[in-house]
Design a protein around this ligand. Structure first.
Ligand code: AMP
Length: 211
């Protein structure tokens, strides 16, 4: 099963992806995680994209397409995958369509106000990428990851001033991707405002009709 997960950052895509990969034995491809790894490791790509990413801007389509093209053909994704964070522009979606056929695009829809509250309270482990939230999911010890003991950081692009720009970019550039998949008849929209379990169950009901 080849799935695309759409939604603004903070919609809860990561949590849903984790639940889906367990149930359907799929690989998880997060383009944001791939790019952050480049930045952490100081690769040429990382150095090139860091400032733009910190400012909440999108990375160039050509680079994103080449990254995704390389990843989806890996043997570990033979059984299928959830692509989380791609495509984010119509050009990415159309080019992706030329080399992969997805089974479903799942759009996790959340009101902008809720996204702002979620993102600006979000902290992430610098080592294992586990997410926390100061109100809804705090770590046991402030500033420390429950799982690996590493320091928690606030992503530059989760800072309040950047979040509004990311929302604007999402509506302007990723909105057309949602319309594109709707027209292709492969879009499934789920509200991302309920509990994580409720959202997972709604998605599972749909995916079970595909397997
Ligand atoms: P995410 O973790 O999915 O919120 O992605 C974090 C950042 O990575 C985004 O704000 C973009 O700067 C960059 N990024 C991730 N995926 C893409 C993509 N498909 N196209 C362009 N930029 C991306």
């Amino acid at each position: 099963m080849k799935l695309v997960l759409l939604g603004v950052s903070g919609a809860g895509k990561g949590t849903q992806a984790k639940n889906m990969i367990k149930r359907y034995n799929l690989g998880h491809i997060s383009t944001g995680d791939i790019l952050r790894k480049h930045i952490r490791e100081g690769t040429a790509i990382g150095l090139n994209i860091q400032d733009g990413m910190d400012a909440g801007q999108l990375v160039d389509d050509t680079l994103m397409i080449s990254i995704v093209k390389d990843v989806v053909t890996r043997v570990e994704f033979e059984n299928g995958y959830i692509l989380d964070g791609f495509p984010r522009t119509l050009a990415q979606a159309q080019t992706f369509d030329e080399f992969e056929r997805i089974d479903l695009a799942i759009y996790v829809q959340v009101d902008d106000r809720i996204v702002i509250e979620r993102l600006t309270g979000r902290w992430v482990c610098d080592c294992c990428t586990q997410m926390y939230h100061i109100k809804s999911f705090p770590p046991k010890v402030s500033g420390v990851c429950d799982y690996c003991g590493c320091t928690l950081i606030q992503r530059e692009d989760d800072k309040a001033e950047t979040v509004k720009d990311r929302l604007r970019i999402f509506h302007e550039l990723t909105g057309p991707v949602i319309s594109y998949y709707r027209e292709l008849g492969v879009l499934f929209t789920v509200s991302g405002e309920g509990s994580a379990d409720t959202i997972t169950n709604t998605i599972i009901q749909k995916l079970d009709t595909l397997v």
